[in-house]
Design a protein around this ligand. Structure first.
Ligand SMILES: [Zn+2]
Length: 493
């Protein structure tokens, strides 16, 4: 299932981008050329449809055109789009393979959709192209995807596991340096290397990321009532749906200097990435936390993501979100307004790239045991300070693994449940180290999440060959992942 056509090679990307820009510049000329050829070939309808689709697709990229974008160059020879475009005279790059033909570009696009299990989209792309019925490769690809589609199995939502992390430790020597925060990091956090090993292992075991919203959705019935309704997730045999989340994506001030990213930003490629302050005080941009690391992993392994799914990103509001000081307690800061705007933009970027956003309460409170008055105040602060900034979210990941009731199904005698529902929350997650714990109610879904942190890994290592006490073996082997730089034993405090 590995997609060989997308290497993530930056030179190829540059080439593709250049080709796109060239195509845009020459588009008017090409359209005329294409239309003439199309009419001559008697295929005018199909071809003009294709051109329209190209135009629609490129419409959103118009602002990236260079100043001289409208300048016409040498008219094309009227060749069909499946032939290579003329090379630009400047900047020759020796040794670079021929640019992709239109058929290859189309096949790539379909292949990427299929790698993400969207066989419907892949088939539709191919069937609606002008090459359907004329190109053997396209016909073969359609037949291949249609045949795979008949073998897909629906995932059983009861058995969808959910794993979670905190901010990843980038520099272990700074996190495990013996200061007052070391024990906390050692218990509830995961290092970059551990995370990457976990991803490799889960990928090899056939796990595929899905969104909480892929599992079930609130839908309206004929009588007008809203019900949480399971959705069909279709995967090839051997693939297993899973959800991933990350808590406290706030880059709290207390973490400064302890080897973590400092905030999330929008990268040059339009995807979310991170900043980290280096030893010399300079700011470096790169994959310094889960979000950009997972983006890179999925770039390399598109079949780790179901239809573009990413993880759930949860934050509290009392210090700010995503490394920006957005809390009203910073309203005197000269950068307060800038921080709020930047945080809102990054949150939107996350959403646009398949990430789901969640509340982790405003003040990192135990939402089950604090007084109802404090519970309500906390919920209202979330609404006023965070939801007002980034838009509503319908997911809450409770801090401390707490919950607002015991394991029995939620009901409407529970005033905390009612209050959260009234604010638009439909997805509720606690912490549970069992392989899976999913509860579907008439108007909510509830899921247990598994902490993949230093404490949990150490417990598996302590359990040794007592397989009954080991909790992670379905995901990875703790001994192969646990960092040798961690202080041991890892104790709960
Ligand atoms: Zn937390």
């Amino acid at each position: 299932m590995k997609n060989k056509r997308y290497g993530g090679n930056s030179r190829q990307k540059r080439l593709r981008r250049r080709k796109r820009q060239r195509l845009l510049r020459q588009l008017p000329v090409y359209i005329i050329g294409l239309l003439i050829i199309g009419i001559l070939a008697g295929g005018a309808f199909r071809l003009s449809g294709y051109v329209l689709r190209i135009m629609e697709k490129n419409a959103g990229q118009e602002q990236t055109l260079p100043e001289n974008g409208g300048d016409s160059e040498t008219p094309p020879d009227g060749s069909l789009p499946d032939e290579s475009l003329p090379e630009e005279s400047q900047e020759p790059e020796p040794g670079v393979p021929e640019t992709l033909s239109a058929v290859d570009t189309l096949l790539n696009e379909a292949s990427l959709a299929a790698a993400g299990y969207d066989y419907d989209k892949a088939i539709d792309l191919l069937q609606s192209s002008p090459f359907a019925g004329t190109d053997q490769q396209v016909a073969d690809a359609i037949a291949n995807y249609e045949s795979i589609r008949t073998t897909l199995q629906p995932a059983d939502y009861h058995t969808i596991t959910h794993v979670f992390f905190h901010s990843l430790i980038m520099d272990e020597s700074k996190a495990f340096d013996g200061d007052a925060d070391e024990a906390g990091y050692n218990q509830v956090m995961t290092t970059k290397d551990e995370f990457l090993k976990i991803l490799d292992s889960m990928y090899e075991k056939g796990y595929v990321l899905v969104r909480l919203h892929d599992i079930a959705l609130m839908t309206e019935r004929e009588d007008g009532t809203m019900h949480m309704t399971p959705q069909q997730i279709l995967l090839p045999e051997g693939k297993k749906a899973c959800v991933m989340s990350q808590d406290d994506v706030c880059y709290y001030p207390y973490m400064t200097g302890d080897g973590f990213a400092t905030r999330m930003i929008i990268g040059e490629d339009g995807k979310p990435t991170c900043e980290m302050v280096m030893d010399d005080g300079s700011v470096s941009v790169g994959a310094y936390d889960l979000v950009p690391l997972l983006e890179e992993f999925i770039q390399e392994h598109p079949d780790f993501s179901y239809k573009g799914a990413r993880a759930v990103i949860a934050f509290t509001g009392y210090e700010g979100i995503l490394g920006y000081r957005t809390s009203s307690s910073y309203s005197d800061s000269p950068t307060y307004e800038q921080d709020r705007q930047a945080a809102a933009a990054v949150a939107q970027c996350l959403r646009d790239n398949g990430w789901e956003l969640a509340s982790h309460s405003w003040g990192h409170r135990d939402m089950g045991t604090i007084s109802y008055e404090n519970f309500k105040t906390d919920c209202d602060k979330w609404e006023n300070e965070v939801a007002s900034l980034i838009g509503d979210t319908d997911i809450i990941l409770f801090p401390f693994g707490a919950d607002i009731s015991d394991w029995h199904p939620y009901n409407h005698e529970n005033e905390r449940f009612n209050y959260l529902k009234s604010l638009g929350f439909d997805y509720f997650c606690n912490v549970d180290s069992n392989q899976y714990w999913v509860q579907l109610g008439t108007d909510y879904i509830r899921q247990g999440r598994r902490n993949l942190d230093g404490y949990r890994m150490w417990k598996d290592i302590e359990a040794g060959s007592d397989t009954g006490s080991r909790k992670l073996d379905d995901l990875f082997h703790a001994e192969d992942v646990f960092s040798p730089n961690r202080p041991t034993p890892v104790e709960w405090s």
